[in-house]
Design a binder for this molecule. Structure first.
Ligand code: BGC
Ligand code: ZN
Length: 374
């Protein structure tokens, strides 16, 4: 069967033939891969800056944003049946007996750092025809979400963050009531998303759907399919080439929340300076090596303390965030049908994966799809 793999030793990325995987545990499911989304992490892995093959192997099958169909189930599988659609989670627990996080099913908070991530770190990914995985790491997908569910994994980044933010907002200003309806939690508050890639746009949709007055701030000059999407969800796009940070605040007023999705240290720090009173700043970007920048930590600390600010980094996600992402995808599709449909720029065969990973995306999210047997 076909797979797209990266070979760090010989510095190659190529389409390879591999043996189809065989189930080994009674709770294994055999999956036929339908769609796999590509993202910046894949680009870093294919540039040999990130990621690593499974122990003892010379290559890593890439791809972590997957949607698959169950084609066979082991005798101990309880929830899934042949024909079901699933989104696999990405991270698998470490083996350390002392890791409180992994031992309680929260491997996205792994202490030891010895976790694996499918398609990223020491475990093969999903740009391949068939995969085997344990049932417990599969999130069932309603059949109506067949066309959108490949966006689940990148959306979990926002869902995991917002789950924590809404909990915090119940315990500090604006003292949100726990019964507040999902679409009113951000009412009267301003949120600024930094970056207009898929993570930024999905974050903006999550914030707009929660009722925040949402702004997306990035370099790109409008119009583009991305800035059109921002307008279509009722958010406001502001280009950093036209307005600097002080101008931005003049428009937004007190910035209650910043959702960073760029991974650029200078831009991220400049934004921290304009975070408002009681503001929460979420970091999701994973910067590679970047030029050193000058900063004024004393004034940053002073501001953070005197304004009760929170800086929250977040990576990967657990099953609740996947379930929340599926529920939100359904909501987005109902509320903004044409905009939601434009997120997936196109579906392409695995032979085109390398070009797509390195090329400038034509639209928002490129997806690798495997032809279905008729
Ligand atoms: C993935 C996460 C992963 C992170 C770091 C992201 O692209 O969506 O699942 O934890 O990269 O490896
Ligand atoms: Zn990704």
């Amino acid at each position: 069967m076909k797979a797209v793999a990266v070979f760090p030793g010989s510095q190659e990325v190529k389409l390879v033939q591999r043996e189809p995987p065989r189930p080994a545990n009674p709770d294994d499911v055999l999956l036929r891969v339908l769609d796999v989304g590509l993202c910046g992490t894949d680009k870093e892995i294919c540039s040999f800056e990130y990621g690593s093959p499974p122990e003892g192997e010379d290559h890593l099958v890439i791809g972590h944003e997957a949607l698959a169909e169950v084609v066979d189930v082991g005798p101990a599988v309880e929830r899934l049946r042949r024909g079901d659609l699933v989104v696999p989670t990405v991270r698998r627990p470490c083996r350390s007996p002392d890791c409180l996080a992994c031992r309680s099913g929260h491997q996205d908070y792994c202490y030891s750092g010895l976790f694996t991530e499918r398609g990223i770190k020491e475990a093969h990914g999903y740009i391949t025809e068939y995969v085997v995985d344990r049932e417990k790491y599969m999130v069932p997908v309603p059949p109506g979400l067949r066309d959108l569910a490949v966006l689940t994994e990148p959306l979990t980044i926002a869902e995991k963050a917002m789950g924590q933010v809404f909990w915090l907002m119940q315990h500090r200003p604006p003292w949100l009531g726990p019964e507040t309806p999902a679409d009113q939690r951000g009412r009267g508050l301003s949120a600024v998303v930094l970056g207009i890639g898929p993570v930024g746009l999905l974050g903006a949709m999550t914030l707009a759907a929660a009722g925040f007055r949402t702004y997306v701030y990035s370099r790109e000059l409008p119009p583009s399919p991305r800035t059109d999407l921002v307008s279509a969800i009722g958010a406001t796009y502001i280009s950093s080439q036209i307005r600097d940070f002080p101008d931005l605040v003049a428009e937004t007023g007190n910035i209650d929340l910043i959702y960073e999705a760029v991974g650029h240290s200078h831009f991220a720090l400049q934004a921290l300076r304009v975070l408002g009173q009681n503001g929460i700043y979420i970091l999701t970007g994973v910067p590679g090596l970047q030029a050193f920048i000058q900063a004024d930590p004393a004034s940053l600390m002073r501001d953070m303390v005197l304004k009760n600010q929170i800086l929250l980094g977040t990576v990967n996600a657990g099953p609740e965030a996947f379930a929340a992402a599926l529920a939100d995808l359904e909501r987005f599709a109902q509320r903004w049908p044409p905009a939601t449909a434009t997120i997936i720029a196109g579906r392409y065969p695995p032979e085109q994966a390398t070009d797509l990973i390195f090329g400038r995306p034509a639209g928002i999210k490129s997806v690798i799809s495997f032809p279905q047997p008729s």
